[in-house]
Design a protein around this ligand. Structure first.
Ligand code: MTE
Length: 318
């Protein structure tokens, strides 16, 4: 039975101001995602539409809210306070440093333990049904935002490449390009940035490959042109600028887990009960707010995802 949520999704075409809706349409068309007819169909209410889908309109008009009723952060907040170590460890420096990043052309190699490995151009990936999802993003550093993403469910892509029965994990690799990424000239980190999920986590319907936010193509500071979004895990799992997706039998090494395994576990599910060795994870600062909020187990997505971890000790598998 579908869980009843406070938030009721509204198709973007009904509440997004016309100018914004049309600029989004132009973007989708320019990206070659859909014909006009398919676009109209995509905006019509659908049976089985996830309750987390909602309208995203930047600027005037009602602010998008998450299913708990909290408003999305502004476009300015979302694009000016970023963790993107390939550019800088200074969150406010990422936006100006990423201004000339070349996010096009772009290709993603999908391979490993799959029957149909394929290299996808960005345009190919934009042909998967694009949905709008307003998700909370909780950084391991104990700040959070609410972000209206556009993207597609990763399970669509994985189904197309046909995982072998031996595949148990998914490994993601970000672009290695020290010419464009000043941070990669520092030998301190084992570049490129890598991340990983268990295959069932990757197949979960909440797991997105984001291609946009606020109805616009994904901005450079947020990982253009493609980044992972796993809303029940700490933000560092949501790897930006993905160029390779591989299915593996063994749990893949990841950048943060390699550098500091006692601080950043492979799972990294948001969990107020398990402190970071250097700070508490009980509360968080929502960007734009003064006080602190209680951190929610699985970042508030427990009803959807807790079953993935049934029988596991989440203190051991942090
Ligand atoms: N992906 C890459 N390639 N490089 C990074 O430094 N930082 C991670 C994650 N993805 C990071 C990355 C961290 S720590 C967080 S909290 C989120 O991106 C931040 O996403 P945002 O800047 O879009 O809010």
């Amino acid at each position: 039975m579908e869980r009843k949520l406070k938030h009721v999704a509204v198709p973007a075409s009904e509440i997004t101001p016309k100018e914004l809706y049309f600029s989004r349409r132009d973007w989708l068309k320019a990206m070659g995602i859909v014909s006009a007819a398919a676009l109209l169909a995509a905006c019509a209410p659908r049976v089985g539409q996830t309750p987390l889908e909602t309208a995203a309109g930047r600027g005037s008009g009602p602010a998008p809210t998450d299913e708990l009723g909290d408003p999305a952060n502004t476009f300015e907040q979302i694009t000016n306070y970023n963790n993107y170590y390939e550019f800088s460890t200074d969150k406010q420096a990422v936006n100006p440093l990423s201004a000339n990043f070349r996010a096009s052309p772009w290709a993603v190699e999908v391979g490993g333990l799959v029957h149909k490995p394929k290299t996808y151009a960005l345009e190919d990936l934009l042909r998967f049904e694009q949905v709008e999802r307003v998700y909370r993003l909780r950084c391991v550093e104990a700040w959070s935002m609410v972000i209206p993403w556009t993207g597609f469910e990763l399970n669509r892509l994985l189904a197309e490449v046909e995982p072998m029965t031996s595949a148990r994990y998914v490994r993601f690799t970000a672009l290695l390009d020290p010419q464009q990424f000043p941070g990669q000239r520092s030998p301190f980190y084992p570049w490129p940035y890598t991340e990983g999920l268990r295959l069932d986590e990757a197949m979960h319907r909440l797991t997105l490959i984001a291609t946009g936010l606020y109805g616009e193509p994904l901005p450079n500071p947020n990982g253009a042109p493609l980044r992972l979004v796993v809303p029940w895990k700490y933000g560092f799992k949501s790897i930006k600028a993905i160029v390779r997706i591989e299915l593996t039998e063994e749990q893949p090494a990841t950048l943060w887990n390699t550098i500091a395994p006692n601080e950043y576990g492979f799972y990294s599910n948001v969990n107020p009960e398990v402190d970071h060795p250097r700070w508490s994870q009980r509360t968080e600062r929502r960007i734009g707010e003064l006080g602190r909020r209680e951190t929610l187990m699985f970042n508030g997505y427990g009803e959807e995802v807790a079953g993935l971890y049934a029988g596991m000790d989440l203190r051991v598998n942090y």
